[in-house]
Design a protein around this ligand. Structure first.
Ligand SMILES: Nc1ncnc2c1ncn2[C@@H]1O[C@H](COP(=O)(O)OP(=O)(O)OP(=O)(O)O)[C@@H](O)[C@H]1O
Ligand SMILES: [Mg+2]
Length: 353
């Protein structure tokens, strides 16, 4: 057991030394030694899964199993039996007894990824496990005790899900004992360069190539970009660049247009001159004054406004086909759908093709 309050991020494949990431490492090391539930929050591709792994490996349970369940990948009835198991005959396809993932995680950690995708009925069952530390297999009446540490992750704003009746507030409070918020990549500054260099090395090795450097202009563009798909998106672009490179340099022409697009033209298209520009001015000047009080708020507003425009344009370019748009954005489809809803950009089903 490692009762430590520091962690070496590289041990878990985590690159980044910006202050928001250092705060994440600090919280992770602290949370790891406790048995309390951890809720990992953050946009898609910010590294929640890596942190979940680190939490387990740094915990006193590290000799037990680490079981990940992607709650977004299974329909409700399957997820129910996947998590809690079932007894033979409890439904048509239940040919024999089956152990669920909670039992499989005994002595270790269960990672409930995309917890926001669970139905409210299943949320009631999860709440009971967290509160009473017991559950029943599907079709069985005898209770099974659980000795499992729970880590959950969500890439959407759970308070909003609660407000809209899709997530139970009582479960939220049970999970939210130790929240860890992963910062979006656009807030990590110099980490972007560290990540680019890390992935250059990684993909050079796996492709048996040497692309060891990055053109300063290309790097500048990457530092200016908003990264809706965060580290996952950056990783994809670097991999593609390594495969396509003709020299040892990651140059501008190897980056997608969404990054290299003429910044002035992009700005003119994206920012409506009055509202957004004045927000930007406010942000810039509040940073110069001693106390940039609402800088985070303003940053969020500006980024949201750019993101809304970007999603709208990518969607238009992909004829409204969300799977294509999600792929181009390096974003998972659920996340895109939620963002479109948030920004009022979603169409009704019959409008979609
Ligand atoms: N700080 C980091 N350093 C190096 N690689 C990272 C970092 N953060 C994320 N990655 C890589 O980016 C990819 C996405 O990370 P991960 O799957 O942990 O994101 P996530 O937050 O779980 O995303 P989602 O919400 O879409 O499930 C993975 O390939 C992961 O290895
Ligand atoms: Mg994940």
């Amino acid at each position: 057991m490692q009762a430590t309050n520091v962690m070496d991020p590289s041990e878990f494949g985590l690159i980044g030394e910006s202050s928001p990431m250092r705060e994440v490492y600090r919280l992770t090391a602290k949370a790891a030694v406790s048995n309390a539930s951890v809720l990992l929050l953050g946009e898609t591709g910010t590294g929640k899964e890596l942190i979940a792994g680190a939490l387990h490996h740094l915990s006193p349970r590290n000799t037990g199993p680490f079981v990940r369940v992607n709650c977004g990948a299974l329909p409700e009835t399957l997820l129910d039996s996947e998590l809690f198991g079932h007894v033979k005959g409890s439904f048509t396809d239940a040919m024999r007894d089956r152990t669920g993932r909670f039992e499989a995680a005994t002595g270790g950690t269960i990672f409930l990824d995309e917890i926001n995708s669970t139905s409210t009925t299943l949320q009631v069952k999860l709440l009971r496990v967290l509160q009473e530390r017991e559950f029943e297999r599907v079709g069985d009446s005898s209770s099974i005790e659980v000795d499992v540490r729970v880590i959950a992750a969500s890439n959407c704003d759970l308070t909003k899900e609660i407000a809209e009746g899709r997530f139970r507030e009582d479960l939220f409070w049970r999970l939210n004992v130790l929240p860890i918020q992963l910062p979006p990549l656009r807030r990590r500054g110099h980490d972007i360069e560290l990540l680019v260099r890390h992935f250059l090395q990684m993909y050079s090795q796996s492709n048996d190539r040497v692309v060891s450097d990055v053109e300063p202009a290309a790097l500048r563009k990457m530092l200016e970009y908003t990264w809706p798909g965060n580290v996952r998106e950056l990783q994809n672009y670097v991999e593609r660049a390594v495969v396509l490179a003709d020299s040892n340099m990651l140059s501008m022409d190897l980056l997608p247009q969404c990054i290299t697009g003429d910044a002035q033209a992009a700005q003119a298209a994206v920012f409506r001159p009055t509202d957004d520009q004045s927000l930007i001015r406010e942000f810039v000047f509040s940073g110069i004054s001693k106390a940039p009080r609402d800088a985070t708020d303003l940053h969020e507003k500006i980024v949201n406004s750019v993101e809304k425009e970007l999603l709208g344009q990518v969607l238009a370019a992909t004829n409204g086909i969300q799977t294509k748009a999600a792929k181009r954005l390096g974003m998972n489809r659920n996340t895109l759908y939620k963002k479109l809803k948030e920004y009022g950009l979603e169409k009704s089903d019959d409008e979609q093709t």
